[in-house]
Structures are given as C-alpha cells and as structure tokens.
Ligand binder design. Structure first.
Ligand SMILES: O=C(O)[C@H](O)COP(=O)(O)O
Length: 207
C-alpha cells in the first residue's frame, strides 16, 4: 500500500444542521452532538493506525473545531494546520439562514433539491457545486495534492459541498452520480492515491 494518504472529513453536526437551516458561509459552531462526532472521527482514524503530517481546513469554525478535536484524539495537536477559504462550504447566497423545510414549502421539493445537489444550478445569489469546485479544485491541485504525492499524510476537515466537489474529481463522478452523493457529518473517507494522483484505494468509515 502506498503511503499517499488523503483523509477527508466533513465537520460534526453544527448548530444550524440541528436547526435545519441553510448555512453556507455563515460561521456557526458545533453542537454537543457535533463535538462527539468530531471526537469519534478522531478515534476512528486512530483505530485505523493512522497518523498525519499536515492538516487542512476551511476558514469556518465548525470545520476548524472538528479538526482540532480529531487531532486531540489522535494525540497530534502539534502538526501544521493550513486554513483556507477555498475549502469553505458552498455559499448558499439568499438561502443562507432559511429553514430547509420552509424553502421546500415556498419553492417546491424539486427546486430545493436541485439547488442543494445539482452540479451547475446555483441557489439565488450563491454558488453551484460547479462554482464551489472552481475554487476548491485549484487549491487541491496546488496546495494539497503535491504534498500527498510527496508522501505527506494529509487530513482535510471541511464541508459537505466543498468535499463533494473534491470527491467528484477524486472518484470521477459525473453530474448525475454527484446528485446522489451525501457526505455524513464526522464520517472519515480514507483514500490512498497512486503516483498518478488517481485513487488507488478508498475506505469510507461511514459505510
Ligand atoms: O450549508 C449547509 O446548509 C449544510 O452544511 C450543507 O447543506 P446541504 O445539505 O443543503 O448541502
């Protein structure tokens, strides 16, 4: 097995996940449940015998706290941590702060599903997954991937849609299959990459 390790983790449950509100770039904290999920994710990685050389996270505190809690469980709070807006959640624009059920009642189930899961339809005033990919992918290519290919073991704590964007590329998912891809809170996905940067193996700890 190559040591080109890349682990992706969505943050634990946030206060607005619990309240069922569109969050996007709003900077809300973890719930007690989210803290538990983050610690559990760290314990799961430790149980796999994994250690990391560097970690990446977004500019938002729910992902940063999740990372900090995982590193505590791993006993690795001293590794370098790079925070970058490129890994932030998709900007939900005018939907930010609205209740997801209220939005379904107003615009219909299908429209809301398209805004939440489609590849190229942006919510009003916000980013589509394609727009999100346009900022996460260059950052992945310039800052994350070269380290993985050099053999550094990399942990990324980010968000449902910034991770869906990266997963779309890593797993070569098309516009149809990404529609169905859900990323659970605090559920690590462990990849080993080949020297060609393609996925050599994948272990989804949520599965
Ligand atoms: O930003 C949000 O509201 C959530 O973190 C992700 O939302 P989604 O499940 O609608 O993509």
């Amino acid at each position: 097995m190559s040591d080109r390790l890349l682990v992706l983790v969505r943050h634990g449950q946030s206060e607005w996940n619990l309240k069922n509100l569109f969050t996007g770039w709003r900077d809300v904290d973890l719930t007690e449940q989210g803290i538990k999920e983050a610690r559990e994710a760290g314990r799961k990685l430790k149980a796999q015998g994994l250690t990391f050389d560097i970690a990446f996270t977004s500019a938002l505190k729910r992902a940063q706290r999740t990372l900090g809690l995982m590193l505590e469980e791993l006993g690795q709070t001293n590794i370098p941590v790079i925070k970058d807006e490129a890994l932030n959640e998709r900007d939900y624009g005018d939907l930010s702060g609205l209740n997801k059920d209220d939005a379904r009642a107003k615009w219909g189930e299908e429209q809301v599903h398209i805004w939440r899961r489609s590849y190229d339809v942006a919510p009003p005033g916000g980013e589509s997954l394609k727009d999100t990919l346009a900022r996460t992918l260059p950052f992945y290519v310039t800052d994350i991937l070269p380290r993985v290919l050099r053999g550094e073991r990399v942990l990324v704590a980010a968000h449902g849609n910034s991770l869906r964007a990266l997963i779309m590329v890593l797993e070569k998912l098309n516009k149809e299959s990404i529609l169905k891809r859900e990323i659970g809170t605090g559920a690590p996905i462990i990849y080993h990459l080949g020297a060609d940067a393609l996925v050599a193996s994948k272990l989804d700890l949520a599965a």
